[in-house]
Design a protein around this ligand. Structure first.
Ligand SMILES: Cc1cc2nc3c(=O)[nH]c(=O)nc-3n(C[C@H](O)[C@H](O)[C@H](O)COP(=O)(O)OP(=O)(O)OC[C@H]3O[C@@H](n4cnc5c(N)ncnc54)[C@H](O)[C@@H]3O)c2cc1C
Length: 446
């Protein structure tokens, strides 16, 4: 297989041995695998040749973009059998200003897209803290969410079409950018959120959103989660141009100050620190300004101050990783059950240390548990069971990956899982695409 791959993509782009190491460890430090090789195709045809060779030889394939995924889906298992296909050489970006669309190679990094759009009058509707490393292909594969979902939706809402290599090595391509095309199944939507288990996205056509000329960011101190949720509902109901509502719960704000070297934003540590952002033309509406009048709050009107306020929220992930290897549980709850879920969390995670933050405007919390060893699933399962008990989802935006594959049956019914398997079998008949991710050891009790 390796000789075939070298002939296909060039020996320089088939890495083996120690050169594969950095592709085998995940961002969280919880998952460490081993690979037979890392292959770096230059484009869709080389990618198709690589998948075909692997499928014929029964070699597992792990697609990898920026390797910033937080559920262990981008790294192989420890058997050393898999070939990682890295999209890092597929980073082309072509902006279509007339259409308000962009064609990207799967390996294009989000911040490179943001830079490419800077003077076009357009911007991209999804943004997230890993922007300097995460790729558009990886974001499609995970259906990434981020900080602007309440305004523009997650990745699936941005995808007009994709080009991809399916598990049998065949190429499907729909990069024409047609805004209307009702000719059957939407393969782009199906591949979005498929976590590399059906094929490899090699390029995509994405919609753009109008670039606002003003942004106002507010960081506010809230006395309780119930108050933060009421503020969030008020902002969502009344503010046109609301771009995001984020939150850091409890002691998380002290952790980020210590670990990231930030000054405490408020004299008294808030029960909930809320960050809200408006973006549009001119001044923000009165409803946005009025919502914070009675609260202790800080305002950013310029880019530097804005970056300073965002650091309290965006540097949470790295701050937690600095003090230990977290079990990261990304979950959504119905808004009316969110406070009860958080109240019950300490019981489910005791005696471990827990930090909670997330995208409050979407009901999406990131529960980070420090203490259990990497392979101890007991706390994960207690938290996920609590999520189900409160009517939520065990994965809001990070995907299922290796981490939650054993728990998928808690969320999805027997018939849904049967449909998932039928799709998997149809598009990846040899079962080589990212085995162990999403569909494995599924518990059928749901
Ligand atoms: C600091 C930080 C902040 C983050 N914030 C957010 C956030 O706000 N919202 C959010 O949703 N996520 C967030 N993440 C998680 C992560 O950035 C996203 O999941 C992102 O979409 C992963 O992109 P990637 O290129 O790094 O993919 P990878 O980590 O390389 O891969 C992720 C998954 O996609 C598959 N994959 C990758 N590329 C392809 C491809 N071309 N075709 C098919 N499958 C592929 C992989 O096999 C794997 O299963 C954050 C991560 C960090 C470290």
């Amino acid at each position: 297989v390796l000789d075939t791959l070298r002939a296909l993509v060039g020996a320089d782009h088939v890495l083996v041995g120690a050169d594969t190491q950095r592709y085998c460890d995940d961002w969280t430090g919880r998952y460490h695998g081993a690979a037979r090789a890392v292959v770096r195709p230059a484009g869709t045809d080389e990618c198709a040749g690589t998948v075909t060779a692997c499928a014929e030889a029964g070699v597992p394939v792990v697609p990898q973009g920026g390797n910033t995924g937080l559920v262990g889906g981008s790294v192989p298992d420890s058997s050393g059998r898999a070939v990682i296909i890295s999209t890092e050489r597929m980073g082309a970006i072509t902006v279509d200003v007339l259409a308000g669309q962009v064609t990207v190679g799967a390996g294009a990094v989000l911040s490179a897209l943001q830079d490419a759009l800077a003077t076009t009058g357009w911007e991209f509707g999804v943004d997230l803290g890993a922007r300097g490393s995460c790729t558009l292909g990886g974001m499609i594969a995970t259906n990434a969410g981020g900080t602007r979902v309440l305004r523009y939706g997650s990745m699936r809402a941005q995808v007009i079409g994709v080009e991809a290599v399916l598990g049998d090595g065949s190429i499907v391509s729909r990069l024409d950018g047609l805004m209307k095309d009702n000719t059957g199944y939407d393969l782009g939507a199906l591949l979005t959120g498929s976590e590399g288990t059906l094929g490899i996205v090699t390029a995509a056509r994405l919609r753009l959103v109008p670039r606002p000329n003003a942004r106002v960011t507010v960081l506010a101190s809230l006395p309780s989660l119930a108050d933060a949720l009421a503020l969030s509902a008020r902002l969502r109901a009344t503010v046109d141009g609301l771009d995001g509502i984020e939150a850091v719960l409890g002691d998380g704000i002290n952790l980020v100050c210590q670990q990231a070297g930030l000054t405490a934003p408020f004299i008294t540590s808030p029960a909930v620190t809320v960050l809200a952002e408006w973006a549009g033309a001119g001044d923000p509406p009165a409803a946005f300004v009025d919502a914070f009048v009675d609260l202790d709050h800080l305002v950013a009107l310029d880019a530097t101050t804005r970056e300073r306020l965002w650091a309290y929220r965006e540097r949470m992930t790295e701050s937690i990783s600095r003090v230990g290897m977290p079990h990261k549980l990304d979950v959504t709850l119905p808004f009316d059950r969110l406070a009860a879920f958080v109240d019950a969390l300490s019981g489910a995670t005791s005696p471990h240390r827990v930090y909670v933050f997330g995208h409050l405007g979407d009901g999406n919390l990131h529960v980070n548990v420090l203490g259990p060893s990497a392979d101890d699933l007991s706390v994960d399962d207690r938290v996920l069971a609590l999520v189900i008990e409160h009517g939520g989802s065990i994965s809001a935006e990070h995907g299922v990956g290796r981490m939650k594959a054993h728990a998928l049956g808690m969320q999805r019914t027997r018939s849904e899982l049967a449909a998932f398997r039928a799709i998997k079998h149809a598009l990846d008949p040899a079962g080589v695409m990212n085995p162990g991710v999403l569909l494995t050891d599924v518990n059928h009790d749901a």
